[in-house]
Design a protein around this ligand. Structure first.
Ligand SMILES: *Cc1c(COP(=O)(O)O)cnc(C)c1O
Length: 240
């Protein structure tokens, strides 16, 4: 038996196993198979070598918040068959690079962005997968559309063949008690079910991060976005 230095941070496979166990446990509690849930590794603020280490363990989907940082990583890792998700706030002058280099964009919250992404997605590429970000808490400063804007935005995405409407994304404010956290995710799931009723191809509810993935899964999330608990603390400064 090896003696472990307890202050040493866990290896990538240990972190991945531990997240997968948490996902499996929550899926089991929600009486569904773990294949109903996708894991997005949020690699913002993490070095390329850490992404490569997770890719070696068969993690394929990665999320980035900042365009320049994301583009550098996409380029550095272009030899690997990875799926890249843009999950940060979108300025309209950044849409072209998102449309040309990412597979998914999860943070779409206004029509102007939809129009630009559609115009700028190269015809030679498969449709860009789109999630509409909704601000479920109605917080003033936060990104995301209000719940009553979802349907109009969804329609704007669905009309455009080079975009593919996949569902919703949200980042609810943290609650201290798990039942309160589950309640807000259930409210989000209600919005998702309404969207699915109008757009039967919708299959993705992106909800849950390192601290609240269990609550999100119990409320019906189909994709969790995990940064810190998968990679350890972010090491690089974030740049808007
Ligand atoms: C940073 C970030 C995450 C990951 O957060 P952790 O708490 O590090 O797991 C997930 N989603 C979005 C949109 C983020 O910006």
């Amino acid at each position: 038996m090896t003696i472990k230095n307890m202050t040493k941070s866990p290896a990538p496979d240990e972190r991945l196993n531990s997240i997968q166990t948490r996902i499996q446990d929550a899926c089991h509690q929600d009486r569904r198979g773990p294949s109903s849930l996708r894991l997005l590794a949020v690699s913002k603020g993490q070095p390329v070598a850490s992404i490569r280490a997770l890719a070696d363990l068969n993690q394929r989907s990665f999320g980035e918040n900042y365009l320049d940082e994301g583009l550098k990583k996409i380029q550095a890792l272009s030899a690997l068959d990875l799926e890249w998700h843009f999950i940060g706030p979108i300025q309209s002058n950044k849409t072209r690079a998102i449309a040309e280099h990412f597979d998914w964009v999860q943070s779409v919250d206004r029509e102007k962005i939809i129009r630009r992404l559609a115009d700028q997605r190269p015809a030679t590429m498969p449709p860009l997968n789109v999630l509409i970000q909704v601000n479920v808490d109605g917080e003033q400063q936060k990104a995301g559309c209000s719940p009553d804007q979802i349907e109009a935005l969804a329609e704007a995405v669905a009309q455009r063949p080079c975009l593919r409407l996949r569902g919703l994304m949200a980042i609810p404010a943290p609650r201290e008690q798990q039942p309160d956290q589950i309640a807000v995710f259930r409210r989000l799931h209600g919005l998702y079910s309404n969207l699915q009723a109008a757009h039967p191809d919708v299959d993705t509810l992106s909800a849950g991060m390192s601290t609240d993935l269990e609550a999100a899964i119990l409320a019906g999330s189909t994709m969790v976005r995990i940064g810190t608990d998968l990679f350890g603390p972010r090491t690089r400064t974030e740049q808007p």
